[in-house]
Design a protein around this ligand. Structure first.
Ligand SMILES: Nc1ncnc2c1ncn2[C@@H]1O[C@H](COP(=O)(O)OP(=O)(O)OP(=O)(O)O)[C@@H](O)[C@H]1O
Length: 311
């Protein structure tokens, strides 16, 4: 059973959110348009959508790093006005200080919050044990494998016991086998404290394996196209769940929704005719990363590159 509290005040609520940015030429680029999304306390929500559709922008709004041009962003019913300590992040790139040991990196968050060094170090040791890195406390980040560095990142984030966890393609740089192991570890750790999660990924298989629901965004300006409930039982093992017939059925349904957006985004960036016939066979889950990662060649020519938000 998925033990989310769907009748409670949402942990995260985006209502009619629009985000505009000013372009270098003085125009306005709309990244998100009238986006509605909720995540219940303890719910694991994955967000998929074509490149440039506004997934990372959505995370920035939830985190308080950006303020929306229009609409409302609420955490536990309260408007987001700034960075919130209840929110934890994990990004594609590691956030470890390269000159600090693993132990000090994990203890850094509690230290920053005013926890005594002794307690912060004890907590860091405990989290390193949970992520399977006991014995590696004195290593520097570059002395670890990619998978180990992700475990450090998990410990760094989860030691702060966030009520809301935002993850932006955190495992995309890992090889497939390591990624699956770390995904399983994430699920196990998530079960311990059950933060509400928004997990952005280009990998539809990853989204389904991890999440309680998958939100599909449209091609930019992004808005919610579809939301799919993932009613697969927990606890899950990601290496095994993808062979479940229900997983395959979900994959096909979600890919059908995502496919048109992917095709449109690709056509835009390639300057091609989006109506032109393309191969649209449903990729097998085994080829999910390639199929939905759709490394479409960068941004459309009109894409802004400055950092100016428009309100
Ligand atoms: N600070 C900014 N200033 C101007 N434009 C921006 C800014 N941040 C994002 N954009 C634009 O807004 C759109 C959405 O960007 P965003 O990074 O949220 O997309 P995404 O879905 O996360 O992309 P990807 O899947 O490629 O990581 C893009 O067209 C991007 O160029």
């Amino acid at each position: 059973m998925n033990a989310t509290t769907t009748d409670a005040v949402p942990a995260i609520e985006l209502r009619g959110v629009t985000q505009r940015f000013r372009t270098p030429s003085g125009g306005v680029h709309t990244a998100l348009h009238d986006l509605d999304m909720t995540v219940a306390p303890g719910e694991f929500c994955a967000v998929v959508g074509p490149t440039g559709c506004g997934k990372s922008t959505t995370l920035s709004l939830i985190s308080g790093l950006k303020a929306a041009s229009a609409g409302r962003t609420l955490l536990h019913g309260e408007p987001v006005t700034s960075l919130d300590r209840r929110v934890g992040f994990m990004f594609q790139t590691d956030a470890a200080f390269p000159w600090r040991t693993v132990l000090d990196n994990v203890a850094a968050g509690p230290r920053f919050r005013g926890v005594s060094r002794r307690d912060a170090v004890a907590g860091a040791r405990d989290w390193l044990r949970r992520v399977g890195l006991s014995g590696f406390e004195d290593r520097l980040p570059h002395q670890l494998s990619g998978g180990m560095r992700k475990r450090v990142a998990l410990a760094q984030t989860l030691i702060n016991e966030p009520e809301i966890l935002l993850m932006d393609e955190p495992f995309s740089a890992l090889d497939v086998q390591t990624r699956q192991i770390v995904q399983d570890e994430l699920l196990g750790l998530w079960e311990l404290t059950r933060p509400a999660v928004v997990f952005v990924t280009h990998d539809l298989e990853e989204a389904i394996a991890l999440a309680d629901k998958v939100v599909v965004l449209t091609v930019g300006p992004g808005t919610v196209k579809d939301t799919f409930t993932i009613d697969l039982p927990r606890p899950r093992r990601v290496q095994e769940i993808r062979f479940d017939a229900r997983f395959v059925a979900l994959y096909e349904r979600i890919w059908t929704s995502l496919r048109d957006e992917v095709r449109l985004a690709y056509a835009r960036s390639a300057g091609a005719d989006p109506g032109a016939p393309t191969k649209d066979a449903t990729p097998s889950p085994a080829t999910a990363t390639t199929a939905t990662g759709f490394s479409a060649p960068s941004e459309p020519a009109t894409t802004p590159s400055d950092d100016a938000e428009v309100h």
